[in-house]
Design a protein around this ligand. Structure first.
Ligand code: MD3
Ligand code: FE
Length: 213
């Protein structure tokens, strides 16, 4: 574990089949993106969605793009409108797209065209339980994740729920591309430990770029 994270900035490190970790890759655009996120939260407030199991998530979620992920007591999946404001989601900003596509290309996915950007907002103590991302149509398309704010411990498992997990610390500016076999692997975020980030305060924000349809 240790040696992965003593590597230099700007290096692409393979952490699994089709999974690539780019430490600090988003740092140069972090301030621009975080500022745009703050504005987006006013227009499309992050909400606690319901899990497919029928429990409210501790994390709050909003989206950009043609589709956004929603979870309600009556079902979950991708929706073209925000269920609270009833508005169509706003388009994925160009700066976000450039980041996601630049990263995907770095990992060998040169034709990645995301149609959704999910935004997960974590307060201290919130978490995301072990799950797979399987609401998208084409699993040959990767997911690009970008983390901002305070650090979190990401758990990366295998194809089966009971498979062993490895811990990967994710912090401000870190980017991971999840393709290949990793695309359908189980994963989770451990409850966030108390901390404070100079830009975002006691908060973590994760963006996931996906092709839903
Ligand atoms: C591995 N989000 O939104 S990002 C999610 O930090 C989600 O908010 C977490 O899991 C977060 O579904 C983790 C890292 C991530 C995202 C998608 C993956 C890892 C993944 C899809 C497949 C395998
Ligand atoms: Fe996930």
């Amino acid at each position: 574990m240790t040696e992965l994270f003593t590597e230099q900035l700007d290096q692409t490190i393979q952490i699994g089949d089709g999974a690539y970790f780019l430490r600090g890759f988003a740092l140069p655009v972090a301030n621009v993106i975080c500022t745009m996120l703050m504005q987006h939260f006013k227009d499309y407030p992050p909400q606690q969605m319901m899990t497919p199991m029928g429990y409210p998530m501790s994390v709050k979620t909003t989206s950009f793009g043609k589709f956004g992920w929603v979870g309600t007591p009556r079902g979950y999946g991708y929706s073209e409108v925000d269920l609270i404001t009833k508005k169509a989601w706003s388009p994925i900003p160009e700066a976000f797209l450039q980041l996601a596509q630049g990263v995907a290309k770095e990992a060998g996915y040169s034709d990645f065209v995301p149609d959704t950007c999910l935004v997960n907002v974590y307060a201290i103590g919130t978490k995301m339980g072990l799950h797979r991302d399987q609401d998208e149509l084409d699993f040959s398309q990767p997911i690009v994740s970008v983390s901002f704010g305070i650090p979190a411990t990401f758990l990366f498992g295998g194809a089966k729920r009971g498979d062993k997990t490895i811990k990967i610390p994710l912090t401000h500016g870190d980017v991971v591309v999840w393709g290949g076999k990793s695309r359908l692997h189980y994963h989770a975020i451990k409850p966030l430990k108390p901390n404070d980030h100079e830009v975002l305060g006691p908060c973590r924000i994760n963006l996931t770029f996906r092709k839903a349809r």
